[in-house]
Design a protein around this ligand. Structure first.
Ligand SMILES: [Zn+2]
Length: 253
């Protein structure tokens, strides 16, 4: 299995438009962060988790010419606003499967009414095949994927376990029985927004505590704000098996 971090930034990305914060002005390419997303590939399958406003750029940078579907964690704009840009995949492949909680599908139908409408469809608008996720394992290609139910303040968000790899973002709380689903995972990705606490995201301390409890072989932090600090400096402070993810990082599991 291979994972590409397509984006590792928080909702505004880094740099933030107009910001003069030192991290936003950094020359280190690892301090440039598009909105969060990963591409997960195994055998002949590849799926994107989330489809934010940088989706087009992420597909181009990584030369992705085919996707088997898009899996959504939740409906916030930084995770969904690139859906229109599935068009090149739709033109080549036909209707693109999407996977999301019922509430998220409803939000997508409202925001992208022209994609979901079946009457008088604008020629050139993409079409999707809707797959509603509940908190039960579901099939992607030849793999059973396990959803992990988490909370982003009070909003339900799905994390996903693909065999020994788990991807959680926009998490603030995870109930005990959901944590059990992560037992034995080799690579864990989890969000760490910044140093200061936040109402709907793990800060660095909470992310590290969570990783310590789950005990993966390696963990990567994502959904990073400029307020976490410079990539090179923050990484020095992390435990041995914990890394900051950065855009276009590829890992093999
Ligand atoms: Zn987000």
């Amino acid at each position: 299995m291979e994972v590409i971090f397509l984006g590792t930034g928080t909702s505004q990305g880094i740099p933030i438009i107009g910001s003069t914060h030192p991290v936003c002005l950094s020359d280190d390419s690892r301090d440039k962060r598009l909105r969060v997303s990963v591409l997960v590939s195994w055998d002949d399958y590849q799926y994107v988790v989330d489809c934010g406003p940088d989706f087009r750029q992420q597909m181009l940078s990584n030369q992705i010419s085919r996707i088997d579907g898009v899996v959504f964690t939740h409906e916030h704009a930084d995770h969904t606003m690139g859906l229109d840009d599935i068009r090149p995949f739709f033109f080549r492949q036909g209707d693109i499967p999407i996977y999301a909680h019922k509430r998220v599908l409803q939000a997508l139908r409202t925001r992208f009414e022209y994609i979901f409408s079946s009457e008088n469809k604008y020629p050139g608008a993409p079409s999707v095949i809707e797959n509603e996720l509940t908190n039960q394992p579901f099939q992607l290609g030849n793999l059973d994927v396990i959803p992990i139910n988490t909370f982003h303040n009070r909003l339900q968000v799905f994390g996903f376990r693909f065999r020994d790899f788990a991807y959680l973002t926009d998490v603030k709380t995870v109930e005990e029985e959901e944590r059990l689903k992560l037992k034995g995972v080799k690579i864990l990705v989890v969000n760490a927004l910044r140093i200061e606490p936040h109402h709907s995201h793990f800060n660095l301390e909470e992310a590290l505590e969570f990783i310590k409890e789950i005990q993966p072989e390696k963990a990567y932090l994502t959904h990073i704000s400029h307020m976490l600090g410079f990539h090179a400096e923050v990484e020095k402070l992390l435990p041995k098996n914990v890394y900051l993810a950065y855009d276009n990082l590829k890992i093999t599991i």
